[in-house]
Design a binder for this molecule. Structure first.
Ligand SMILES: [Zn+2]
Length: 198
């Protein structure tokens, strides 16, 4: 962020978060007057740094910047859903609550991903970084029991369209924004800056 403020940072020490710096900034408020000069309220500018712990999902976010999609699979022999593959990544099997096994589905995504359905939204919530209208695609993969919400970075979405993943490998943000989707056959030159097929 380029707002000129020093934002707090987090480091770890023996497995615990240690916070350094300022995580909350406030600025002088301003009054809100109506047309007749009557006080109607105040604005309260404030800025906070949110700390989002990834825990067991860290492997998923870390892998995106390396061009890999990691899913998870239930391997519990006593679970009726044994063998179910989850994408989005689930730390625990939702059926038996056992810790699931991390697995790489990058090749499966490149060769089988397609648009299950999609939606285009012209309005978004605060802090949306994607250009509007936003083309959201629900991506399905062969052999995966769940569907992943994604962003189509090039072209227009269509039902059943084959899509391939692209990754922010040049300067990863370690968020879901490091993974976008494009129609199969999209030339490398059309990808957003910093994104690659591998
Ligand atoms: Zn299970």
């Amino acid at each position: 962020m380029s707002c000129g403020k020093e934002h707090g940072k987090v480091r770890t020490e023996k497995g615990r978060y240690k916070l350094d710096g300022k995580f909350h900034h406030s600025e002088p408020n301003t009054p809100i007057f109506n047309e007749n000069g009557k006080l109607m309220g105040v604005t309260n500018p404030r800025d906070m740094t949110y700390v989002h712990s990834y825990g067991g999902e860290a492997i998923f976010f870390e892998s995106l910047g390396k061009g890999k999609i990691m899913a998870s699979r239930c391997d519990n022999p006593n679970c009726e859903s044994r063998g179910s593959v989850f994408m989005p990544f689930r730390i625990h099997c939702p059926d038996c609550l056992m810790k699931s096994t991390v697995m790489d589905i990058t090749e499966k995504a490149k060769t089988t991903a397609k648009v299950h359905t999609f939606m285009i939204t012209a309005r978004t919530g605060a802090f949306n970084p994607l250009p509007k209208p936003v083309k959201f695609v629900n991506v399905e993969f062969d052999g995966v029991v769940t569907i992943l919400m994604g962003y189509l970075a090039v072209g227009e979405p269509k039902m059943d369209m084959r899509v391939v993943p692209i990754f922010n490998t040049k300067s990863p943000t370690y968020t879901i924004l490091d993974l976008f989707w494009v129609p199969e056959g999209t030339p490398e030159a059309s990808l957003p800056e910093g994104y690659t097929f591998d």
